[in-house]
Design a protein. Sequence first.
Lengths: 354, 169
Amino acid sequence: MKRLVTSVWRWIDTRLKLSDILRATLTEYMVPANLNFWHTLGFVLVTCFVIQVVTGMLLLMYYVPDTSRAFESVQYLSNEVPYGWLVRNIHAMTSHLFVLALFLHIASTVWMRAYRNPRELQWLSGMILLGLVLAAGLSGYLLPWSQLSYWATTVATNAAGSIPVVGDDLVLWIRGTPKVTQFTLGRFFAAHVSIIPFSILVLIGIHLLFLRLTGISVPGGEERGPVRRVPFFPHMVVKEIGSVFGFLILLNVLIFYFPQINFPADALIPANPLETPAHIKPHWYFLANYQFLKLVPSEFLGVILQVVGGIILFFLPFLDTGKRRSPLYNRLFYAVVGLSILGYIGLMVWGYYS
Amino acid sequence: MPAQSTRPLDDERSDVSAAATQAGRRSFLEWLLATLLVVTGATFVRPVLSYLSPRKSGKGAHVLLGTDGRSIPYARLATEPTLVGMGVDGEPTIVVRYAGETRAFSAVCTHLGCLVKWEAAKAEFICPCHNGHFDANGVNVAGPPPKPLKRFKVYATDRGEIGLEEVSA
């Protein structure tokens, strides 16, 4: 058997030169020796994407994107199909961890200031990926057509209406109709199962290509002198697999011990466009934005301030330039970043309990 | 004595001229291909935008419909002081009896689109999402809503349904 496998591999390898590619990308690819946990989050994110694609394909076999049958089809999937509950839970829970890992990846990149020259394009592709992952979460939220999904989508899409001049038209284009209807479900379904995943796949490819072309950033900065380097395989791969298994343990704990996170009472009632449930709230990763909108007296101002914050984050590599800065500048930078992160978490917690 | 180049100067000039002509042809070809691609792409813009454009229904007089799509009889207002249904353009609409008058408003809160509820004791419409308050005339009086509720004229149709007509602002 071993001889058969070896000869098949040789047959393929002589034609495609796969061993050369593997050598160049694994054992001959040198990375800084002092890479840590924060550098493994990219691999965790790729794992999340793969899990979402596989479980999403399985869910598609039973889900019906029709307002009169969507809720019923999801209930059937969860309660009648063998292990349907598990597939659905993995998909729903991984979406949370996907966003969590992405937030940590971005926060660590900002903290290490790894977005600076020459990695600006890598940062920009990462920011677009963030937008796509959040859009995947938002579009997927509507699909079960429950009270929770219907009203959370109504509130979230309405927020776009506060953007001056184009706001109302934007809401109409997102929904496809003035209210959340079958047309909205059709759009969100198409976006969730094809447009967004395909775009994420392409952007992950671009992001990784940029990573290979510019090299992994060195913890502490390249300017501190020569860096000891080690082969990507096995050194970095072992660390990445360790992080992935840590993530899988967390995923299992959440699925088996805290399944109710995904299914509050309003998620178990079919959508009723004529009755808004009390205390409707968005996903945890939109809670800070939601609470901010509640605190700012003008909805227009609340949306504009958030748009400005997003633009600053997007163009951060072009605002924080240069290799060396004065100690005062550095202290100020870390104070602003630290307070922003704490403020974001604070608003999220406040939004949850308010 | 080393051999001198016997190539005449005119030949070299003609080579340069041929290369320039070839470069000119190539850039023309590149320009032509780019134009062709842009024009081909542009022909798809209008169909794609039209395909994705939102659906709008016509305005005008409509009747209040229940979730089953059937019209709600006007006579029900005699026994039920508050009714919620789908009105003009499918807009969730709330009809209330107040101070001997029948009033109809869009039930959609002008803040973030949740549906308001009628609190008869306070004579107010209240949004459950962010605690927005509107008075009995639909005017925003407290909380985050930025503008009043849209109002409709209510009447009984010839078929005994609850007729609704948009009141121009």
